[in-house]
Design a protein around this ligand. Structure first.
Ligand code: NAD
Length: 345
């Protein structure tokens, strides 16, 4: 999803864009429906884009493609993004997220040492340390009691992680290290919740899109916990503006880490999301509650002060507007999400 929006954005500006993906997403989430394939087809119709179906785990192939194409900029979004999948398939998770990242970094270093590299990291690198923070409880949401958000100095150590958190952190550290050791101009964006059109959300990843799609279908949703968990959410177009801000100036920072998300001004709890979707769709769906999941952060809000200051950037799309846009896209493409007869919900 993020990669496809980056490709579209930069191709529209007449940059030559090469997209590498092995189209694994649907399989990762056990879906027989199309997800990443839709984006692949969508991009195939746009000018200035070349699609290469390859696996980032294939070191020799990455090197071959990079040496041939000599990219100036690499936005590394290929990844296994599901926590549940990582718990069930830790080796595959590691090989895609960690080994895949060093393969891409190394291919860039060999093909174009002056190239810029963006790594799409995650709030999960902070793991369970986030849950040690004191919370205050309001009727429909939790909030941090003493801080507004998590900044880049928050500890990644002495915390319970998930395999996903570890494999993404490994890529994050390599991206930092390649800047320090090999002078690669990298930036690491630790993202909370990114959402946008062409997002085929599943319960385990892309949860905002998942809720929107379920409401569109009139299907039940399950909330793990009491629904007061909070995230800051960022429209994908705003994320790309942050990437662009890093790429467009001759950036003097290297290996810089940015916590990026909607920040304190763009947060939402699950209970609030349900209310917004009920208003937006004029529909109610059954809401089931399950036990808290061990690996979930109760509240995650990014402190985006550093990104605002260094990148002269700020989020523009409010949760309300973003959700409207996402619901409009899902409705306009209803055939992709139609509930099938006899489908298990
Ligand atoms: N969306 C979010 O809220 C969010 C938050 C934090 C971090 N991230 C990270 O951002 C990146 C992009 O996320 P997204 O939401 O666009 O997810 P996505 O699943 O839409 O994109 C990941 C892409 O990587 C591809 N892929 C998987 N394994 C591959 C492999 N071995 N070789 C090549 N391609 C492979 C998938 O087919 C998919 O198209 C991921 O790395 C994810 O960990 C996303």
């Amino acid at each position: 999803m993020i990669g496809s929006h980056c490709a579209e954005h930069f191709a529209k500006k007449k940059n030559k864009v090469i997209v590498i993906d092995n189209l694994l997403r649907s399989a990762i989430f056990g879906s027989k429906d199309k997800s990443v394939e839709y984006n692949w087809q969508y991009l195939s119709k746009l000018p200035h884009i070349k699609l290469i179906k390859k696996d980032v785990r294939d070191r020799a192939e990455m090197l071959r493609v990079f040496v041939k194409e000599k990219p100036d900029v690499v936005i590394h979004t290929a990844g296994q993004p599901g926590v549940k999948y990582s718990l069930e398939n830790p080796f595959e998770d590691y090989e895609i997220n960690a080994t895949g990242t060093i393969n891409v970094l190394e291919a860039l270093r060999k093909a174009n040492k002056r190239g810029k590299f963006i790594y799409t990291s995650t709030n999960k690198v902070y793991g369970n340390n986030v849950n040690a923070l004191a919370l205050k409880s309001q009727p429909k949401r939790y909030l941090f009691k003493h801080i507004k958000g998590i900044n880049e100095r928050f500890s990644i150590d002495l915390t319970g992680h998930t395999p996903y958190g570890v494999s993404k952190l490994t890529g994050d550290l390599y991206a930092q290290d390649y800047a320090q050791i090999f002078d690669i101009k990298s930036a690491i964006f630790r993202m909370s919740c990114i959402y946008g059109t062409r997002q085929f959300g599943f319960e385990d990843q892309g949860w905002l899109a998942w809720f929107v799609i379920r409401f569109f279908q009139g299907n039940p949703v399950t909330i793990y916990g009491d629904g007061k968990q909070v995230r800051d959410i960022l429209w994908v177009g705003d994320l790309i503006k942050a990437f662009e801000a890093f790429l467009s100036r001759d950036f003097r920072y290297k290996g810089e880490v940015f916590n990026i998300g909607g920040g304190g001004g763009n947060t939402i709890s699950l209970l609030e999301l349900i209310e917004i979707l009920e208003r937006l769709t004029g529909r109610q769906v059954p809401v089931h509650f399950g036990p808290w999941r061990k690996f979930d952060q109760k509240v995650y809000i990014s402190d985006i002060t550093k990104a605002k200051k260094l990148l002269k950037w700020q989020p523009m799309v409010s949760p309300h507007e973003g959700l409207q846009r996402l619901y409009a896209w899902v409705s306009q493409n209803g055939h992709l999400f139609k509930k099938k007869t006899g489908e298990k919900t």
